[in-house]
Write a protein that binds this ligand. Structure first.
Ligand code: ADP
Ligand code: F6P
Length: 469
């Protein structure tokens, strides 16, 4: 096998300072094994982008940064990626903002990036493309006759066919997805949606081995639920807790980018319903919501920010006293070790997205708990994590009363039940950490056997891909 080439919109930092997030940790081993390369957008845009990737060497792998003009970047990232694809794939078709220049920029970035990758890729390299910002890449690489196996992992949800069809370019998107050799999803739910989309739009046929035959070629598909470095996060929380005072009141915690998909107004409505129904808990609990800014030049994000500020002010005004603030709202990012301790010292973790690919916060909350006195996770049925984390209290985020009931149940849950639920959740996470996720995806991508037109397999040593699935 040649190198592993990872491609994502955001690249890891050149000095390793932001590696703790999971994806980089997950891929470092695989990248180091065969001299890997990670390609991503340069953190700063440039009016005069370089014509080649700008390479940086890290001890275990190389980073290749591509530069874009500020306007092109804006139309590609804030425009098509986050004002068309993000809302549509999260089922918020009402928020789609269609502008012809957005779609043009999205294609242009994929074309440019493909040309840069084609200069460096060798036939036996594996290319692993990440997320919705990069969907056309395999198509563009194949146009340039790049012969590597190319895999794609979607970190966000894939909606059903009807919702998908709300994207003006849905036929192109389906075609571009079918150009990958392997497509990975967070959940069986999203995998099912993909199969249905391929069936109905490209006459895709599901084969007995789990692959799909589409337009004369085979595409492998799979569900690969992403995770975190479970034991690493647990150690971080335990260490930090040694010199931190626990919270004065039993705490409920929410930690999310300030995104409309995260169900933050619904969470506050549930908390408000809980305080309204159970006056005995007033002054006895507090909700800490940490929601750092994200994509805040997009109108929908400005709107969710003012809605959240309004709602937290409303609850504090309605129930607060001189001594007690029911909602503490922090609009900032926090160092990971501080988050880990906050999770550990919170009696309830509130994760209430309206639609989410996975939701890693749910996994971090569980990993951070003290197993002798663990807190309780309340989890939306619409988070991908709910497929695996069945011992959480599963709620419908659209129903404030359901959230209110779960909060009460969580706060009153006896220690033995908390330990039972937590140990089952932790055991599952420990078995399915992020290292296992990346290894499973890469194993399947490696086993894909692309045949050249003369029927010869160009990748010596790989198993015939009909044996995979
Ligand atoms: P998404 O990828 O949509 O943001 P996830 O829940 O899957 O949602 O992942 C979010 C990641 O960002 C988690 O690792 C979480 O700890 C981190 N994060 C969220 N809020 C903050 C914050 N205020 N400070 C630092 N990290 C944060
Ligand atoms: O989970 C989807 C995702 O795009 C991640 O890939 C990314 O880390 C996160 O959301 C934050 O998004 P952005 O890179 O746009 O800040």
């Amino acid at each position: 096998m040649g190198r592993l080439i990872v491609v994502s919109n955001r690249a890891p930092s050149v000095d390793g300072s932001s590696d703790s997030g999971g994806l980089v940790v997950a891929l470092i081993e695989a990248l180091a094994k065969n001299g890997g390369l990670w390609i991503g957008c340069a953190p700063e845009q440039s009016d005069t982008p370089t014509e080649d990737l700008v390479f940086h060497q890290r001890p275990d792998f190389d980073i290749g940064l591509f530069e874009l003009e500020p306007e092109l970047y804006r139309d590609y990232y804030l425009g098509y990626s986050n004002s068309v694809l993000w809302p549509a794939l999260h089922g918020r078709v009402d928020l789609i903002d269609v502008q012809p220049r957005y779609a043009k920029a999205y294609r242009e970035v994929a074309k440019r990036l493909a040309a840069l990758i084609a200069k460096t890729a060798r036939d036996d390299d594996l290319i692993w493309v990440h997320d919705y910002q990069m969907i056309p890449l395999a198509h563009e690489l194949k146009e340039l006759n790049v012969k590597c196996r190319i895999g794609f992992f979607l970190h966000i949800p894939l909606p059903d066919l009807q919702t998908f069809k709300a994207i003006p370019d849905w036929k192109d998107l389906a075609k571009w997805l079918s150009d990958y050799d392997l497509i990975g999803f967070q959940t069986r739910r999203d995998l099912g949606h993909m199969i249905n989309i391929f069936r109905h739009t490209m006459r895709g046929e599901l084969r007995a081995n789990g692959t799909m035959g589409i337009a004369g070629r085979e595409v492998a598909l799979g569900s690969f639920p992403i995770s975190i470095d479970v034991s690493g996060f647990r150690r971080l929380a335990a260490k930090g807790a040694e010199n931190t005072e626990p919270a004065p009141l039993p705490r409920l915690i929410g930690v999310d980018r300030l995104d409309y998909s995260k169900g933050l107004p619904q969470r506050l409505a549930g908390y408000e319903a809980f305080l309204a129904r159970h006056p005995e808990f007033r002054s006895k609990v507090a909700l800490l919501q940490i929601a750092p800014p994200t994509r805040d030049d997009v109108d929908a994000y400005k709107a969710i920010r003012s809605e959240l500020e309004h709602l937290s002010g409303h609850i504090n005004g309605r129930f607060g006293t001189v001594e007690w603030t029911p909602v503490q709202y922090i609009h900032r990012a926090m160092p990971r070790n501080e988050l880990a301790v906050l999770f550990r010292f919170s009696r309830v973790g509130l994760v209430t997205p309206l639609f989410d690919g996975m939701n890693l916060v749910a996994k971090e909350y569980v990993a951070a708990q003290d197993e002798t006195d663990p807190g309780v996770l309340i989890l939306s049925q619409f988070a991908g994590a709910a497929e695996e984390m069945t011992e959480a209290l599963i709620i419908n985020p659209h129903d404030p009363e359901d959230i209110a009931r779960a909060i009460k149940t969580a706060l009153e849950m006896p220690l033995a039940e908390r330990i039972g639920r937590h140990s089952a959740l932790y055991a599952h996470l420990d078995q399915h950490n992020v290292g296992r996720w990346s290894a499973a995806f890469l194993k399947q991508l490696l086993s894909v056997q692309r045949l050249s037109p003369d029927g010869v397999a160009p990748f010596p040593g790989s198993t015939p891909w009909t044996q995979t699935a």
